[in-house]
Ligand binder design. Structure first.
Ligand SMILES: Nc1ncnc2c1ncn2[C@@H]1O[C@H](COP(=O)(O)OP(=O)(O)O)[C@@H](O)[C@H]1O
Ligand SMILES: [Mg+2]
Length: 329
């Protein structure tokens, strides 16, 4: 794995006055995310900070400002909230609410998400994307690593998010290879990145969650280019297994139509899924708590049903990768 520069903050180190690192949570090429204590908020937060080697990098700073702008403009229960943004100075960082829970990618590495869990998850993500698109933003990096299962699913990482106006001038690929819509892989040729690109990312995410495989297995050679690097430019998605209900499979594959105009909108997809969620017999993913503890959540999407006692669903009912229990749709 590639080594990136690190601030190397130890517990208690000051990030900026009044904000102290607690521990490293993660990070990618440009940023590190630290759990931190904020004196003014008197709360644990996440400080998402530009890596030290990139302090002079204009794109890294611009992306942080872009993420700050997007998060300032967006306020939705499924999208991570921002408390502060320090975009200038020696330690440019965002202060985000701390979401305590595993990423969807961590769960799908070990378990196949059962239909009863997938549908509410999909609905919440549709809701977030519909809202975002209505506010004139596209996320462009919807994938299991950017979804934190913190009571309810939460969408994080708006570092490549952009306004629907700005995307028309994109010329270079943007996003994460395996989750990118064809138009994200080759914006110069297709020039139609937009809300439908996020629907594609959601489609790949749901496909992976329900099958633990990718619809377009990515190139193994890091140097590959064109269709060798982005098979989604030319290939059809691999068929879903028989364990996935036909209608659900069709809904997921509709998100992976090559032409953006052939994909459903986030709202269309929500409308397809809603009746299935309404008929679910089981409790929802929101009842999952790390460590086996459970907590009840009230939500318009929750349908407590006879016999649902809020068990830790992922651990209890997905073990072994086989689907248990009856299933809508
Ligand atoms: N608000 C948050 N709460 C909890 N963990 C977070 C939060 N934001 C980021 N993280 C952790 O830090 C990692 C990197 O953050 P992310 O915003 O995805 O940045 P990057 O652009 O580097 O991928 C995430 O995968 C997650 O593990
Ligand atoms: Mg990320």
């Amino acid at each position: 794995m590639q080594e990136y520069s690190s601030w190397g903050f130890a517990e208690g180190d000051e990030i900026v006055p009044g904000r102290h690192a607690t521990r490293l949570l993660g990070g990618g090429r440009r940023y590190e995310a630290y759990l931190a204590w904020d004196d003014a908020l008197h709360a644990l937060v996440v400080a998402k900070i530009v890596r030290p080697a990139l302090l002079q990098s204009e794109p890294a700073r611009l992306a942080l400002s872009g993420e700050a702008h997007a998060l300032r403009s967006l306020n939705h229960p499924t999208i991570v909230r921002m408390f502060d943004a320090v975009v200038d100075g020696e330690r440019p960082h965002l202060v985000l609410e701390y979401l305590d829970g595993p990423r969807l990618s961590t769960l799908t590495r070990r378990y196949r998400v059962i239909v009863e869990q997938l549908l509410p998850l999909a609905l919440e993500l549709c809701s977030a994307l519909h809202y975002m698109h209505g506010r004139g933003f596209v996320h462009l990096d919807v994938k299991p690593r950017n979804i934190v299962m913190s009571g309810r699913p939460r969408l994080i990482d708006l570092s490549v998010a952009a306004t629907t106006d700005a995307v028309s001038s994109f010329t270079r690929p943007v996003g994460t290879d395996a989750y990118m819509a064809p138009e994200q892989c080759d914006p110069e040729r297709f020039s139609d990145i937009g809300p439908a690109s996020d629907v594609w990312g959601l489609g790949v995410t749901l496909y992976e969650a329900v099958s633990r495989s990718l619809p377009f297995p990515p190139a193994t050679r890091a140097t590959a280019t064109g269709a060798a690097r982005y098979p989604q430019l030319v290939a059809d998605p691999a068929p879903l297994g028989k364990e996935v209900p036909v209608e659900l499979g069709e809904a997921i594959l509709a998100c992976l139509e090559r032409r953006p105009e052939d994909r459903p909108s986030a709202l269309d997809l929500a409308a397809t899924i809603e009746p299935w969620v309404a008929s679910l017999p089981a409790p929802r993913l929101g009842l999952f708590r790390p460590g086996g503890r459970t907590r009840r959540h009230e939500s318009s999407l929750s349908r407590p049903s006879p016999g649902s006692h809020g068990e830790p669903l992922i651990l209890a009912s997905v073990r072994g990768g086989t689907r248990e229990g009856g299933g809508a749709p």
